[in-house]
Ligand binder design. Structure first.
Ligand SMILES: NC(=O)C1=CN([C@@H]2O[C@H](COP(=O)(O)OP(=O)(O)OC[C@H]3O[C@@H](n4cnc5c(N)ncnc54)[C@H](O)[C@@H]3O)[C@@H](O)[C@H]2O)C=CC1
Ligand SMILES: O=C(O)C1=N[C@H](C(=O)O)C[C@H](O)C1
Length: 251
């Protein structure tokens, strides 16, 4: 058997981090060499000789983690939310000075969620109306979800490329927030409910018809095939990759 990939997990005590730790331990081609949580030190990753670090921490620290790991020559797989065009651009610039190092940032590692985003972007040009609803567990710290932002941006780009007019909406809000957040002209609504894990609905409407695209993650194991695929491939993808769709031949 060829040598196992040495993997570190950041945010290892969290809901996702703990699930990734188990998935890496169970994968015969991967070797878990370090785990770090809030009270730990990133130097443990380098000292353990990790080749790939997986970051499921919090939006406030993830970018700093990535820059430190890139400096150390460690490839990074990032699932943490909070990334925008500016923070991604900073990582892209940094990687230009570190040839050979790869970083993959994905808003969602569930294969069905990646497909739902791709289907929504493909359908977007054919519908006058579109709204996105994301539904999550109430311990989630951010809204809207990274997945919903990514979905809405991709829909908006597809609409713009097709020359579509703005989504029709004659409503005046009597209360701020009643119509959700505006992401590039697409309304995004966030539900937080005990019992949920991670869910998204994309509603597309025309006169007399509706297309609903829905994805449900009922368990965090749903993210693991995508995370492990990224861990295995990030080392052969120098530079920045945004979205698992690039590894699934969907981009
Ligand atoms: N891309 C994807 O497929 C998915 C992304 N997520 C995202 O992953 C992130 C984590 O989600 P959860 O695991 O549910 O949150 P969580 O709150 O359960 O876990 C976060 C962990 O990070 C730790 N942490 C905080 N600061 C740290 C630091 N400086 N260094 C190392 N660890 C630190 C916390 O102590 C905690 O254990 C969120 O941004 C969430 O939106 C969640 C699920 C899937
Ligand atoms: O916090 C979560 O749970 C999730 N976060 C990601 C997001 O914000 O899109 C991915 C998934 O929705 C679960």
């Amino acid at each position: 058997m060829s040598e196992r990939i040495r993997v570190a997990v950041l945010g290892a005590a969290g809901r996702m981090g703990a699930t990734v730790v188990r998935a890496v331990e169970d994968a015969p081609d991967l070797h878990l060499v370090a785990t770090v949580d809030a009270d730990g030190d990133l130097s443990a990753v380098v000292e353990a000789g990790a080749q790939v670090a997986v970051d499921f921490t919090v939006p406030a620290v993830t970018e700093g983690n990535v820059h430190a790991l890139v400096d150390a020559g460690v490839h990074v797989v990032v699932g943490t939310t909070g990334w925008d065009e500016e923070s991604l651009a900073r990582v892209r610039d940094h990687l230009a000075d570190r040839p050979g190092v790869g970083v993959l940032v994905a808003p969602n590692f569930a294969l069905g969620a990646v497909l739902a985003m791709a289907f929504a972007a493909k359908a977007a040009r054919w519908f006058e109306s579109v709204e996105v609803i994301e539904l999550h567990h109430p311990d989630k710290v951010d809204a809207p979800s990274g997945t919903a932002r990514h979905t809405a941006s991709a829909i908006a780009a597809a609409r713009a490329a097709a020359g579509l007019a703005a989504v029709p909406d004659a409503t005046t809000q009597a209360l701020d927030g009643a119509r959700g957040a505006d992401v590039d002209g697409v309304r995004v609504h966030s539900v937080r409910l005990r019992g949920l894990v991670a869910h998204e609905e994309i509603l597309l409407g025309n006169a007399g018809e509706q297309l609903t695209i829905r994805h449900d993650s009922f368990d965090r194991v749903s993210f693991m095939p995508g995370v492990l695929l990224a861990v295995r491939q990030v080392g052969s993808r120098p530079g920045l990759t945004v979205g698992l769709d690039h590894l699934l031949d969907l981009a």
